[in-house]
Design a protein around this ligand. Sequence first.
Ligand SMILES: N[C@@H](CCC(=O)N[C@@H](CS)C(=O)NCC(=O)O)C(=O)O
Length: 244
Amino acid sequence: MVSATKPIELYFWPTPNGRKISIMLEECGLSYDVKPINIWAGDQFAPDFLKISPNNRMPAIIDPDGPGGKPLSIFESGAILQYLGRKTRRFYPTGERARVKVDQWLFWQMAHLGPMAGQAHHFRVYKKPKIKYGVERYTREVSRLYRVMDTQLASQNFLAGRYSIADIACWPWIASWENQGQVLEDYPHLKEWFDRLSSRPAVQRGIAFGHDWTRTAKTASDRKQEWRIMFEQKHSPSTKSDKK
Ligand SMILES: N[C@@H](CCC(=O)N[C@@H](CS)C(=O)NCC(=O)O)C(=O)O
């Protein structure tokens, strides 16, 4: 177990991308403080949060005990997982061949599984009125990705050989299979892998909180609107050219 001098700050909302990091922190035995970023209330547009995560997305972390003993802030869940893996030397091998195996599945999650599953979820659950094209396109693509994982897991217990940050990155997305229009039993090797990870105490601890967090606050939409306007003004092309 690694002992951090001060807890890592985890900027978090209970979504698949957020849960990747809470699971990794639990797996590594690192102490952390959860700072809720209510993405339904617009907290991701708050100026202080944008200093840490300029793409207005959570998760993000601040490690007060970063390289050289100085604080380090990181956004993008893949970068956070790699950093924590390097910091603790856990779930991210140091040998080049083994590390490349992990990286390719980690990038696969970041570039394919996460974005496509997110779109499938959006078109199936949130978009009203339903758009058949969007539902079919993304559900079909997620099915393809599930088959890719199922094939990979037919001959090994974990995506990159041993349990790694690649598995940790994928698991929270597979956990929402129903909202992506999938049936886990249709992918037997993937299901076995899913159950294998689900039984890990650290995974259970990593997903244990946040289920009851309220999605909206009374004043949330005003706050969100205010921050969105500030953000858009700051990033609009006219604002940039005004500065020249
Ligand atoms: N590629 C990013 C994606 C992060 C992301 O999309 N986070 C979502 C929640 S899962 C978010 O913060 N959404 C806020 C918004 O859409 O404004 C990562 O993996 O960290």
